[in-house]
Structures are given as structure tokens and as C-alpha cells.
Write a protein that binds this ligand. Structure first.
Ligand code: LMR
Length: 396
């Protein structure tokens, strides 16, 4: 039987992780998968998470199932974090296995409602988006988002494209900290998007995987909050991997804002049906940690401080990178790195240059040119910049 399996496609982000692990060089530099690293190159457990875990260890008396939709108090706490208000009655949520699980459950919900719609994703987008939607049986198409020559977002092109997308189709947005380009939409663009989407009957779907990693928890949610206020329907995939540092706990939430409470309830029931054959019921530990933090004012305050420290360190890295490129090139051509938001930015390197950096220098960059700015130790910034500028200087 198994001989009938085709050669599988390579997942560019996960395969890179495997290559890094098998590289024996002590000075290798992993700028691949999106994890935050401290100066020692370590991905720490947040203090608020440790404290919540300690409390859970003391208080928990059972490991029984959490139910098809998981911990609904967790979903309510996440909804409050995203929207900045209590959960509206027309909103429903289901605990999911990380941001990817939330995306997949919502994709399944879309397919149950309308199998024939397309999901429009930004160009470029996270390399897993198309795969997730295809897995749910949905087609995807791209809309213009980021201009790699001008190094900026193009809301004008995006809005012009929205005018041509068939009514009923779904349009995916990165709520903040765009993966991979790190260039976010200005608030006025969100306002214009809401207007066109409403007029044309398009369904917004926001992937919010980095809330708090860009400009701040409230600032990063400004776009999704605007859509929630203006749109009759809205899908949100939320991840706790980065902002709570809960990568391995696979903690996320799929939220649906419907026209009314009855439809929200229906959506919640269907999401549970999507999850049932995939993983039956979600795991408990990660969501219990997040709920414990968010429901306790003191823990929540300490979590917010730790999160802002991580964000500050990413901003410091961005500033250091831009300065080192200015020094090395004598130009401002890399200043866009300083203005980027969140963990990622794109470097305009060819596949050959990316391979050379990997083979000759042990520097690992995703094949689309994405670098994880949050994974770069400050003491390696100059060294990294010299490697990149050397590669660029070898261009013929
Ligand atoms: C990334 O883009 O690096 C992360 O979201 C991890 C992943 O699953 O790809």
C-alpha cells in the first residue's frame, strides 16, 4: 500500500528546522521558525506562565475531557483580549490546537457553509495558509499586499482587488505583524477595507497570531476591532503560541462573530463537528494557563509587562539591524527593517544567496527570504549583516 504514496512536498519552515538541528556548527544562526529567543538564544517560559502552571498543579484534581468545544471561559477571556470588551452575544468561540488548529477549524466551518467560495490570501502570506485551506477542500487565490521592490504595503492595490472579488468569498487578513513581511496596514486602510467588504458582501477572516508583538496589545487589535464593529460576520483565528510563549502547548482559539446570537450558536456547533474527526477534543493545559493568567488581574498585569519586554527586545533588534545595514552599505536601503512590526521581515535575497548563506555561514533563512528578527541575538547582528552584504556584493 505505502508504495503508492507520492513524494511529499517539503514544508519550507519545518524542513529548515530539521536542517538547523543537524548542523553541527556552533556558530550557526537559526532565523527560520518564528520563536522568540533571549540573548542566550533560549526561548524562555514566561514567569506568569510558570506561576499559572504552579497554581494549576496545586488545584487540579482531574484530567478528564474538557468537552468538544474546550474551555469556554478561555474562549471568553481571549475574545475580551482581542475585542477589548466583554464577549458580545453574537460571538462564539472554540478552543483550538494553536493558531493553525484555529485556522483549520474555521476553514472547515467555511467549507460546511459554502464549499464553492474561494479564500483570498495576501501576497505574500504565511507558507502554511494555502495548505490549510486546501486541506479543508477550499480554493485559494491571492490579492496584492506587499511590494517587494518598494518595500511597502499597497492598500491601494488591495482595495482595487477587493472591488473585483465575487460576493460571498472570504478574504484573509493578518491582524498585525504580517507573516512574512512585517509590514502592517495603516488604520485608515482597515477603515476603507471594512467599507468595501461591507458593500461587496465579502467575509473577513483575520489571522491574529502575534497580538502584542507589534505596537502593543490594543494597537495590534485595532484592525480586527474595527471589522468587529462594522461587519455582520467575522472569523478570527487566534494563537497563544507567541504572546504567551506557549508554542509546544498548541493553544489557540477560533472565534466567529455572526449576525445574531442564534447563528453564532449554530457556528459553534459546526466548529465542534469540524474538530471532532480531526482531534475529537482539545488539550487542556495551555488554555488553562491562559485562562488562569487572564482571569487574575495581578498575573495578567505581570504577563503584559513580560510581553512588552519581549516586544521591546524585537524593536531593539530591528533598530540594531537597520543601523548595522546603514553602516555596512552606506545607504538607507534597509531602514524598512526598523519600521517593521513583529517577528518577521523579508530580505530580497535570491534562492541561491539564501543557500550560500546556509552552506557557507550556517545562517538559516526561510526560502521566501523571511528572517525571524526575534531569533537574532544582539551580539550576532553585525556578523549577520556582513554575511548578507557579502552575499549581495557577489551579485553579478
Ligand atoms: C512560523 O511561521 O514560523 C510559525 O508560525 C511556526 C509555523 O508553524 O510555521
Amino acid at each position: 500500500m505505502l508504495e503508492a504514496l507520492p513524494t511529499p512536498p517539503v514544508d519550507p519552515i519545518l524542513a529548515l528546522g530539521g536542517a538547523v538541528r543537524s548542523d553541527r556548527r556552533s556558530d550557526k544562526l537559526d532565523l527560520g521558525i518564528g520563536v522568540f529567543r533571549d540573548e542566550a538564544g533560549h526561548t524562555p517560559i514566561m514567569q506568569a506562565v510558570r506561576e499559572a502552571e504552579r497554581r494549576l498543579l496545586d488545584d487540579r484534581t482531574t484530567k478528564t475531557y474538557v468537552g468538544a468545544r474546550g474551555d469556554l471561559r478561555f474562549a471568553d477571556a481571549v475574545a475580551q483580549l482581542i475585542l477589548g470588551t466583554g464577549r458580545p452575544e453574537r460571538l462564539t468561540g472554540i478552543q483550538a490546537t494553536g493558531g493553525t488548529g484555529a485556522l483549520r477549524v474555521l476553514a472547515g466551518l467555511v467549507a460546511r457553509a459554502r464549499r464553492d467560495v474561494a479564500v483570498w490570501v495576501p501576497e505574500p502570506t504565511w507558507l502554511n495558509h494555502q495548505t490549510i485551506f486546501a486541506d479543508a477542500g477550499l480554493k485559494t487565490a491571492g490579492y496584492p499586499y506587499y511590494d517587494r521592490t518598494e518595500l511597502r504595503v499597497r492598500p491601494d492595490l488591495l482595495l482595487a482587488k477587493l472591488e473585483t472579488i465575487p460576493a460571498g468569498d472570504v478574504v484573509l487578513f493578518h491582524g498585525c505583524c504580517h507573516n512574512p513581511c512585517g509590514a502592517d496596514l495603516p488604520f485608515e486602510a482597515w477603515e476603507a477595507i471594512a467599507e468595501v467588504m461591507g458593500k461587496r458582501g465579502l467575509i473577513p477572516f483575520v489571522d491574529l497570531a502575534y497580538q502584542g508583538f507589534g505596537r502593543g496589545l490594543d494597537e495590534d487589535a485595532a484592525g480586527v476591532r474595527l471589522l468587529a464593529a462594522k461587519m455582520p460576520e467575522l472569523l478570527i483565528a487566534f494563537s497563544c503560541s507567541k504572546n504567551f510563549g506557549l508554542y509546544s502547548e498548541r493553544t489557540g482559539c477560533a472565534l466567529v462573530l455572526a449576525e445574531n446570537e442564534a447563528r453564532a450558536r449554530l457556528a459553534g456547533e459546526h466548529m465542534a463537528l469540524v474538530a471532532r474527526p480531526l482531534y475529537s477534543m482539545p488539550p487542556d493545559h495551555g488554555s488553562a494557563i491562559v485562562r488562569t493568567i487572564l482571569e487574575d488581574a495581578e498575573l495578567a498585569a505581570s504577563w503584559r509587562i513580560e510581553l512588552s519586554e519581549m516586544t521591546q527586545s524585537i524593536l531593539d533588534n530591528r533598530r540594531a539591524l537597520a543601523a548595522a545595514f546603514r553602516n555596512a552599505t552606506g545607504t538607507t536601503g534597509f531602514d524598512y527593517l526598523e519600521n517593521g512590526s513583529g517577528m518577521f521581515s523579508l530580505l530580497n535575497l535570491s534562492p541561491g544567496e539564501i543557500l550560500t548563506l546556509r552552506e557557507e555561514r550556517g545562517i538559516y533563512i526561510v526560502e521566501d527570504g523571511r528572517i525571524n528578527v526575534a531569533g537574532l541575538p544582539t551580539q550576532r547582528v553585525t556578523d549577520f549583516v556582513h554575511a548578507v552584504t557579502d552575499a549581495l556584493a557577489r551579485r553579478t
